[in-house]
Design a binder for this molecule. Structure first.
Ligand code: GLA
Length: 396
């Protein structure tokens, strides 16, 4: 029984963690900048099917998003069917042929992602990978999968069965073992596969994610398409910057831009904040029905360039008020000034250049107005819309 096997976990974790050199080698090969693409969950949830994913791939190309960097097409939960007599995972009727779908996505110059759980069941109650990790990794590789989101879900029940007292330390050791196990399975396929941990930040995952082979890890519970949810998640990332960098990123969950629950200023806040945070940019809207405002937000190339900056340094917060600063390659800095409060009169906010590490004058560009601001000296005062943002690039 797997549950009995889990009794020797601390030893197993030690062995798996000590295998770090090979794992690190693969980890470095992918996700050198935060992954960008689309994921089915935020808009389609369990309704997603093969046609929706093909339409998303088509729209990534026709909208220009692919060329702006959005290359992963990730199917989230609800694709899974039952296992066959040999234990091989099958798709359900919504996804008649996953290999053909992956081939279609690849034919568009895109990459293909999939979803599973270390538990027996996924969060949606579909078949998880528990006890079938290598078999599933092999199946994914044979389909041409380039990205796996691995979501804790019912593994929490495995932990409870193993340790009814639910000692938090034992629970974290078990979670680490489960994630390291799937990472090793992915490594064994010899296919470069981005490895995305989804366990909602349990046990300070940012402290050990790279050791279990993660390229990114969710830092919080699920986002929803409301300003409050987005702002709580995004602004709570302060302090996590030291754990992020090329090949291993904090993941404050996917974008809600274009899903309709926030206004354009609030969506600009999500796009800006996520880019300041060097977060993955996974669009979560229906790409086949985007208005021009949504496109202008998702495809602001100047903001994307901040997200994708090669140094991979996540922004830090100065303040309150919410002023964030991110060092960029070449000595430039991105600065985002957010008006977090949504029910007050809009008041001017003042940035002091010395607070973001500049003495004397600097060049400035407004990344949403797409406008050079000329030379700034000492301070910059600006009205920021409620729930909105002003994002600048500053350089000497
Ligand atoms: C969890 C994850 C979500 C999504 C759903 C799917 O809630 O955090 O991002 O993957 O499961 O069931």
């Amino acid at each position: 029984m797997r549950i009995l096997a889990l009794l020797t976990l601390p030893a197993l974790v030690g062995v798996l963690l000590s295998a770090a050199p090979t794992q690190a080698a693969q980890t470095q090969a992918v996700a050198q900048t935060p992954p960008m693409g689309w994921n089915s969950w935020n808009h389609f949830a369990e309704k997603v099917d093969d046609a929706d994913v093909r339409a998303a791939a088509d729209a990534l190309v026709s909208s220009g998003m692919r060329d702006a960097g959005y290359v992963y097409v990730n199917v989230d939960d609800s694709w899974e069917g039952q296992r066959d007599a040999l234990g091989n995972i099958q798709t359900n009727s919504k996804f008649p042929d996953m290999k053909a779908l992956a081939d279609y996505v690849h034919s568009k110059g895109l990459k293909f992602g999939i979803y599973s759980s270390p538990g027996p069941k996924t969060c949606g109650g579909y078949e998880g990978s528990y006890g079938h990790e290598q078999q599933d990794a092999n199946t994914y590789a044979s389909w041409g999968v380039d990205y796996l989101k691995y979501d804790l879900c019912s593994f929490e029940n495995v932990i409870k069965l193993h340790d009814p007292q639910q000692d938090p330390q034992k629970a974290v050791a078990m979670i680490q073992e489960a994630y390291a196990r799937m990472h090793q399975a992915l490594v064994n396929t010899h296919r470069p596969i981005v490895y995305s941990l989804c366990q909602y930040g349990v046990g300070n995952v940012w402290e050990w994610g790279p050791k279990v082979g993660a390229n990114l890890w969710r830092t919080t519970d699920d986002i929803s398409d409301h300003y409050r949810s987005m702002a709580l998640i995004g602004f709570s990332q302060a302090g996590l910057e030291k754990f992020s960098g090329p090949g291993h990123w904090n993941d404050p969950d996917m974008l809600e831009v274009g899903n309709g629950g926030m206004n354009p200023d609030q969506y600009r806040t999500q796009m800006s904040l996520w880019s300041m945070l060097a977060a993955p940019l996974l669009a979560g809207n229906d790409l086949s029905k985007m208005d021009e405002t949504t496109k202008s937000i998702l495809m602001n190339k100047e903001v994307i360039a901040v997200d994708q900056d090669k140094l991979g340094i996540q922004a830090s917060r100065l303040g309150p008020p919410q002023i964030w600063v991110r060092p960029l390659s070449g000595g430039a800095k991105a600065v985002a000034i957010f008006n977090y409060v949504t029910d007050d009169e809009v008041e001017p906010l003042t940035l002091r250049l010395k607070d973001v590490g500049f003495t004397g004058s600097v060049h400035a560009r407004d990344l949403w107005a797409h406008k050079d601001l000329g030379i700034l000296n000492g301070t910059y005062t600006v009205f920021v819309p409620q729930g909105g943002v002003v994002m600048l690039r500053l350089w000497k």
